[in-house]
Design a binder for this molecule. Structure first.
Ligand code: FAD
Length: 336
């Protein structure tokens, strides 16, 4: 275990400026540590999984399939997002289904908490574009969403404002760094964590002025949680598949399913312009749970799987509590 007294002048190096590393860097810099964040890619972050994410902050919806630890970390993270980035939209999220998926919709309602049922009229009041589209919906009022390609630069800016240094195009190895090293390399950490695997998530970006949404809309689907997330400038992200594969292509089948989901939410999406197809590999351990691995001054934060934006702030808070006060969270931390 590390010294439990705070050493603000002890250097902290963080490797990887995706969502995991960015939150670690921000909380450590704010706590007065001398922080350097190394990222092997450039500021556009296109090599990171985080670049491709939906950015939903949805601990209650995710409880349908995820372990309780994800809800716990997610709910704590929502407080930290609110505290650190108060302009984060917390407009809630919606879950809808077509009649043939009725049973799965009811199952979703049973498996999750923190929602209320809207009838067609209340749904239309909340999202006028969805008037007449669905008989009812589940509304999770306290969930939020961020736009990864805007929020990562914002976090990087906040790290600098808190006194941290960010080095892009800096491909480093923990053994070359002094002091505390926090490894947030995602799938890049497989040299030291060979059990990590990539779970492919495909997405499509489309543009239309014909539909307005204020919050993510999930469409119950037999295989994947498909969703439409509004972005700025009339853009919508359609996501996401979940495939045990590590290529980064987008298949015709997946494209058809994603575009079909958008069309099912609103036929006006049929006229939308396709802007981008893409995919990212979610870093996952065999149990699909996140892990903070501790070996002396070497700390590895990884396995954020499909919840990186949801849980990264809470993981950073736990890491900081460990470094400053020696606090161990038995559910997430593994000490060598
Ligand atoms: C399509 C899709 C949709 C998703 N939607 C959501 C969502 O709605 N909500 C949610 O919470 N999560 C979502 N996720 C999951 C989320 O994207 C991941 O959990 C998260 O991005 C993982 O973040 P990370 O920081 O661990 O890894 P990454 O984002 O991959 O960051 C790791 C960084 O480390 C850098 N690196 C690697 N090796 C080195 C080195 N030697 N030196 C320096 N830098 C290095 C890499 O270049 C990379 O930038 C989604 C994922 C996908 C693919």
């Amino acid at each position: 275990m590390l010294q439990t007294t705070k050493r603000p002048d002890s250097p902290v190096s963080i490797i990887g400026a995706g969502i995991a590393g960015a939150w670690q860097a921000l909380l450590f810099a704010q706590a007065g540590h001398s922080v350097t964040l190394h990222e092997r890619g450039d500021a556009a972050m296109t090599d990171s999984t985080s670049h491709w994410a939906g950015g939903m902050l949805a601990p209650w919806c995710e409880a349908e399939v995820a372990e309780p630890i994800i809800s716990r970390l997610g709910q704590r993270s929502l407080d930290i997002w609110r505290r650190e980035l108060p302009d984060t939209p917390f407009n809630g999220s919606l879950v809808v289904a077509h009649p043939r998926e009725r049973n799965d919709f009811e199952r979703f309602a049973r498996m999750t908490e923190g929602h209320r049922r809207l009838d067609a009229t209340s749904l239309a009041e909340l999202e006028p574009s969805l008037e007449g589209r669905f008989r009812d919906a589940l509304f999770f009022p306290t969930e939020g969403h961020v736009e990864p390609r805007r929020v990562l630069p914002k976090l990087h800016e906040r790290i600098r404002a808190a006194g941290g240094t960010i080095k892009f195009d800096s491909n480093v190895s923990a053994k070359d760094l002094d002091g505390i090293v926090i490894d947030c390399r995602g799938l890049g950490a497989r040299d030291e964590q060979p059990e990590l695997r990539g779970v492919k998530g495909e997405m499509i970006l489309i543009e239309t002025g014909e539909v307005q949404l204020a919050r993510p809309v999930r469409l119950i689907h037999p295989r994947w949680p498909l969703y439409v997330i509004p972005r700025e400038d009339n853009l919508f992200m359609l996501g996401a598949t979940s495939i045990e594969a590590e290529d980064t292509g987008v298949s015709v089948r997946s494209a058809l399913e994603l575009l079909g989901a958008a069309y099912a939410v609103h036929p006006a999406f049929g006229e939308a312009r396709i802007i981008e197809f893409g995919s990212g590999l979610r870093p996952a351990f065999p149990d699909n749970l996140p892990r903070i691995g501790i070996r002396g001054e070497r700390i590895a934060v990884n396995g954020l799987y499909r919840h990186g934006f949801l849980i990264a702030p809470a993981l950073a808070e736990l890491t900081l509590s460990y470094v400053e006060r020696g606090q161990i969270d038995n559910e997430v931390m593994q000490c060598a």
